[in-house]
Design a protein around this ligand. Structure first.
Ligand code: GLU
Length: 404
C-alpha cells in the first residue's frame, strides 16, 4: 500500500495564516447552519442589497453581451470615470489619466498587486497598527517585512510622523495607510495625512493608501490622500465598490498610481487573473457614473450605519469600565477586552466566551496585532447590533467580576 506523501507548503506560504476576519464569519455561518442562533458582527460586510439601479445596469450589460474578456486593466469608461473622480480631488502635479487606473477583482487584489510590484526581499514596510489583518500577510507574501508601528490608543491608534520615523530604517520602502481605518474606525484629519505624505515624499517611500471606507464617514468627510498630495509618483490609492455601494460579492477594486506602477501591476495581473469580471465592471461603472442615484443610495446606507454606531456606543457607554474608541468612519467599534481579576485583557478569550455563551461573533484584536482588543462590525441589522451590545456588556461585566 502506498502511503500518501505529506504536504509540505512552499516557502512562499510557509508563514501564511488564513484571514482571521474571514475565519470568524465562516465559523459563524457554520454554527448557524448547525442550528445555533448566532449574531454575526464579525466580517465587515454591509447587510444592504446592492442598489437596484446598479443591479439593473448589470442585467442590461449581460443582455448586451458583456460576457467576454476585457482589457486586463478594465473597460475604458470605468477607468475614465475613476480618473475623473480622482482629478476632482487632486490638484498636484500630473493629472490622473485612465491609463493610471488598474481595475481588479476587489481592493484586496489591488493591494496585493501593489505589494508584489513595489516591495520585495530586504524591504521593510511600515504598517500603522492595529491594521487590517491582510496587510501583514500581503507584505510577507511579497517577501518583504511588515514593521508594526503601534498608534496611541488615546489618539484613536493613529500614527504620527514621529512614531513612523522611530520605526523607519534605511530599508523602509513604503507605508500602508488606511483612513477611515479598519479596525479602529479612526479618520485622519487633512493635516495629519498631509504630514505623513510629506514625510514619505522626503524619504522616497511608497504610500499605499487604502480608501475603501472613504465614503463611510460620520461627523465630517474623510479626506483622500489625493486631496492633500502634491505629487503622486509614489502614491498608490486603492479603492473599490464593495463597502460604500454594498457590492462585496461583485469583486471590483482599483488602483490609481503613476503610469509606470500601473503598467507593472497590469503586467502582473495579466498573469494572475486577467480582467475583473466583465459584468461586475459594468455594474461598477453605473455605481460611479450615475452620481445622483448613487449618492442617494450611499447616503441612505451611511445614515443607517451612523444610527447604528450611535446606538451601539450609547449601550457600551452605560458601562464606564469599557474602553471603546470613538469611531469617525468605517463600520467598526474597537474596544479593549475585559481583564479578569488579576489578569490582563485577552481579546481571544473574550471573543471565544462571547461566541460560546451569547452566540455573538466578533473578531479578536490579535487579527490586527493588538491582542488586548476586539473589533465589532455594526454593518448589521440595528436591532441585532443593539441586542449584541447588551450581551457584550453583560459578558464584559462577568469577566471583570470573575463570574460565570
Ligand atoms: N474587510 C472585511 C473585514 O475586515 C471583510 C473580510 C476581509 O476581507 O477581511 O472584515
Amino acid at each position: 500500500m502506498s502511503s500518501a506523501t505529506p504536504f509540505v507548503p512552499s516557502q512562499n506560504i510557509a508563514q501564511l495564516r488564513e484571514s482571521a476576519t474571514i475565519a470568524v464569519s465562516q465559523k459563524a455561518k457554520a454554527l448557524k447552519a448547525a442550528g445555533r442562533t448566532i449574531i454575526d458582527l464579525g466580517a465587515g460586510e454591509p447587510d444592504f442589497d446592492t442598489p437596484a439601479f446598479i443591479r439593473q445596469a448589470a442585467v442590461d450589460a449581460l443582455e448586451a453581451g458583456a460576457t467576454r474578456y476585457t482589457a486586463v486593466d478594465g473597460i475604458l469608461p470605468l477607468r475614465q470615470v475613476i480618473a475623473d473622480h480622482a482629478n476632482a480631488r487632486y490638484t498636484g502635479a500630473g493629472r490622473v489619466l485612465a491609463t493610471d487606473v488598474v481595475v481588479s477583482t476587489g481592493s484586496k487584489q489591488s493591494l496585493y498587486n501593489a505589494c508584489v510590484c513595489l516591495f520585495g526581499p530586504g524591504d521593510e514596510v511600515l504598517v500603522p497598527t492595529p491594521a487590517w489583518t491582510s496587510y501583514y500577510e500581503m507584505v510577507e507574501l511579497a517577501r518583504a517585512t511588515p514593521v508594526e508601528v503601534l498608534g496611541d490608543p488615546s489618539n484613536g491608534f493613529k500614527v504620527t510622523p514621529l512614531l513612523l520615523e522611530a520605526r523607519a530604517t534605511a530599508r523602509t520602502k513604503g507605508i500602508m495607510l488606511n483612513s477611515p481605518s479598519n479596525p479602529t474606525g479612526s479618520v485622519y484629519a487633512p493635516e495629519e495625512l498631509r504630514a505623513i505624505l510629506d514625510l514619505a515624499t522626503s524619504r522616497g517611500w511608497y504610500v499605499l493608501s487604502d480608501e475603501i471606507y472613504q465614503r463611510i464617514a460620520y461627523d465630517r468627510p474623510a479626506v483622500s490622500a489625493l486631496d492633500v498630495a502634491t505629487v503622486r509618483d509614489r502614491l498608490v490609492v486603492i479603492n473599490g465598490v464593495a463597502k460604500a455601494y454594498a457590492m462585496t460579492g461583485w469583486r471590483i477594486g482599483w488602483t490609481v498610481s503613476s503610469p509606470a506602477v500601473a503598467k507593472a501591476m497590469t503586467a502582473f495581473q495579466s498573469h494572475t487573473t486577467s480582467n475583473a469580471a466583465t459584468v461586475s465592471q459594468h455594474a461598477a461603472l453605473a455605481a460611479l457614473a450615475r452620481v445622483d442615484e448613487a449618492d442617494l443610495a450611499v447616503n441612505a446606507m451611511v445614515a443607517a450605519f451612523h444610527a447604528r454606531r450611535d446606538a451601539a456606543l450609547a449601550i457600551l457607554r452605560q458601562e464606564p469600565r469599557i474602553e471603546v474608541l470613538d469611531p469617525q468612519g468605517a463600520f467598526y467599534l474597537f474596544l479593549r477586552a475585559p481583564a479578569a481579576p488579576g489578569g490582563i485583557s485577552d481579546g481571544d478569550a473574550f471573543c471565544a466566551r462571547l461566541l460560546d455563551e451569547a452566540g455573538l461573533a466578533i473578531v479578536p484584536g490579535s487579527a490586527f496585532r493588538t491582542p488586548e482588543w476586539v473589533r465589532v462590525s455594526y454593518a448589521a441589522d440595528q436591532s441585532d447590533v443593539e441586542r449584541a451590545m447588551h450581551m457584550l456588556v453583560k459578558t464584559y461585566r462577568a469577566v471583570l467580576e470573575g463570574t460565570g
